[in-house]
Design a protein around this ligand. Structure first.
Ligand code: ATP
Length: 522
């Protein structure tokens, strides 16, 4: 099945099964804003909880905070967001569609990569086992031609971005003959800057003096609390402060479902360290983040760590890695890890006049300096989407009576992320089974999110649980409860069916809790 079709199916699956609903659905929705249903909120909370625990519980030198969405407007001036949190936008005069000029050029770069990869794949097929990819890439005429064009474009693009040269961005689009995907024409407007921050007013009067912004990132709440946190925790460097919270960006080209939205959540860590140790800590967090993503069950082949070239780095950053995930619509950034040096704290120190320093040593040996910071910044929505994409599967499990494929849709979540850890299914709705099944449900619900379902055939109920990714279905049957009148003793066992293997095992009720516990560890 084409990846586009898989994605469409996933989006409708999310709505159908209570994961993600378009916001304001009964009013035809609101562009690029989504609500999380009963399943989605559990999945999202499980991801956030795992992230929080990985930071705050597993690191003795990391604490969490929760800062407000509204902040003093000068913060956004100091951080550079008022002047530079812009995207270059361009319109196509024929289709009247608006695009990010940088994204059009990035897509063009990806086209060169595709061409190169196709040549390599063709040659690999032709030469079989004898194929030497590195040699082919460095000697094949067509590959070298595409690569040279790509490199030249990349260099020109990076320079235009760094110089903030909007005319040059437009010229690149014209020179590369990039056309509007809708109208197919090159009838482009000038490139203009567009600030992505949402503005509103605080108080009763609506004038520029009362302007406040909806924060476009949570990080500034951490930087501006640096002095408060350091003083009250009395932490020595290195130490980190993290938070999870809402951010807002008036994206020019939102889309791809919950990948690029206007209201989203971020999980951000600011890890403060001594200048000079920063690159070491950058490596630590780069590896940590990679392992974390594997830990939530993402497939390594769908992950790519893209280190920024020196010319691509922001002027204050010493190193940046984008963790990209292969979504059905292509590679997209999931997590950004950056060495931001002392840029943010210095900016706030200079603007507020408050010292943002760390003091080391005692008496006359004391030195003070602005710490450097490593920032891993992960989007909750993009994590949810990556997990859903990796988990969604359609499996042919047999044939129906008419000979058509019997397809089961299953979400292979890591058990710890699954909204329900288990479902209790009495084989019959009758009180004799429903009563004990409900008792079991009440017992397990004290420990885990557990579903209870007594309607429909057991096969249909298994399928429903597969569709929401419940790892274990627990069936209470007549052997479980026995039959006193017939002198049949209860065996106090249940059948546990595994979502992924569909295998069933008989297990004493008394072992259920520890069994599930052992399976939902990360
Ligand atoms: P992009 O280049 O995709 O716009 P970015 O580089 O601007 O992303 P950052 O500012 O580094 O993103 O934000 C950190 C993380 O926040 C991103 O890696 C992503 O997971 C998430 N994020 C950023 N913008 C959005 C958005 N509009 N919708 C959903 N998640 C987002």
């Amino acid at each position: 099945m084409a990846q586009e079709d898989v994605f469409k199916k996933l989006v409708s699956h999310c709505k159908e099964y209570g994961f993600v609903f378009p916001s304001s659905d009964i009013y035809d929705g609101l562009g690029a804003v989504y609500d999380y249903g009963q399943m989605g909120v559990e999945l999202k909370n499980n991801i956030k909880q795992y992230w929080w625990q990985s930071m705050v519980l597993l690191h003795e030198n990391i604490v969490g905070i929760d800062s407000a969405i509204f902040m003093h407007p000068t913060i956004w001036k100091a951080s550079g967001h008022v002047d530079a949190f812009n995207d270059p936008l361009i319109d196509n005069r024929d289709s009247k569609k608006r695009y990010r000029a940088d994204v059009l050029i990035e897509d063009q770069l990806a086209k060169y990569d595709d061409k190169i990869n196709k040549e390599v794949a063709k040659a690999a097929k032709r030469f079989g086992e004898a194929f030497d990819e590195a040699q082919f890439r460095s000697t094949n005429g067509r590959v070298l031609e595409h690569q040279a064009k790509r490199d030249a474009l990349h260099e020109r693009f990076a320079k235009a971005l760094n110089d903030n040269n909007l005319d040059e961005l437009r010229q690149i689009i014209l020179d590369e003959e990039i056309v509007c995907p809708i109208s197919g024409t090159k009838n482009w407007t000038e490139v203009r800057q567009f600030n992505l921050m949402f503005k509103t007013f605080q108080g009763v009067t609506e004038d520029a003096k009362n302007t406040v912004y909806l924060r476009p990132e949570t990080a500034q709440g951490i930087f501006t609390n640096f002095v408060n946190t350091q003083r009250t925790t009395r932490r020595k460097l290195p130490f980190g402060v993290c938070q999870i919270g809402k951010s807002f960006r008036n994206e020019i080209t939102p889309g791809n479902f919950i990948f690029r939205v206007r209201e989203f959540e971020q999980m951000e860590l600011e890890f403060f360290c001594k200048p000079g140790t920063d690159l070491e800590w950058f490596q630590y967090w780069r590896t940590f983040c990679h392992n974390w993503l594997l830990g939530i069950g993402l497939k390594d082949e769908n992950l790519r760590l893209r280190d920024h070239d020196p010319e691509e780095l922001c002027f204050y950053s010493k190193a940046t890695t984008d963790f990209e995930f292969l979504f059905p619509f292509g590679w997209g950034e999931l997590w950004g890890v950056a060495d931001r040096t002392d840029y943010d704290l210095t900016q706030h120190q200079n603007t507020s006049g408050v010292k943002m320093v760390y003091r080391e040593g005692e008496g006359k040996d004391m030195v003070e300096y602005v710490p450097y910071v490593i920032e891993p910044s992960l989007g909750v929505e993009r994590s949810v989407l990556a997990v859903l994409c990796d988990a969604y599967d359609e499996e042919v499990v047999g044939q129906d009576k008419k000979g058509n494929d019997d397809v089961r849709v299953v979400l292979h979540f890591h058990p710890a992320l699954a909204p329900f850890k288990a479902a209790i299914l009495p084989l019959s709705k009758k009180d004799v089974l429903a009563g004990p099944a409900m008792e079991l449900y009440n017992e397990l619900s004290k420990e885990f999110m557990v579903d209870y379902d007594e309607t429909g055939s057991i096969g249909k109920r298994y399928r429903r649980e597969d569709e929401i990714g419940t790892p274990f279905c627990i069936t209470v049957d007549f052997d479980t409860v026995g039959d006193e009148a017939k002198g049949i003793a209860a065996d106090n066992c249940v059948t546990v069916r595994d979502r992924d293997t569909m295998e069933q095992v008989r297990m004493p009720i008394s072992e259920l809790k520890s069994y599930i516990e052992s399976k939902i560890e990360f």
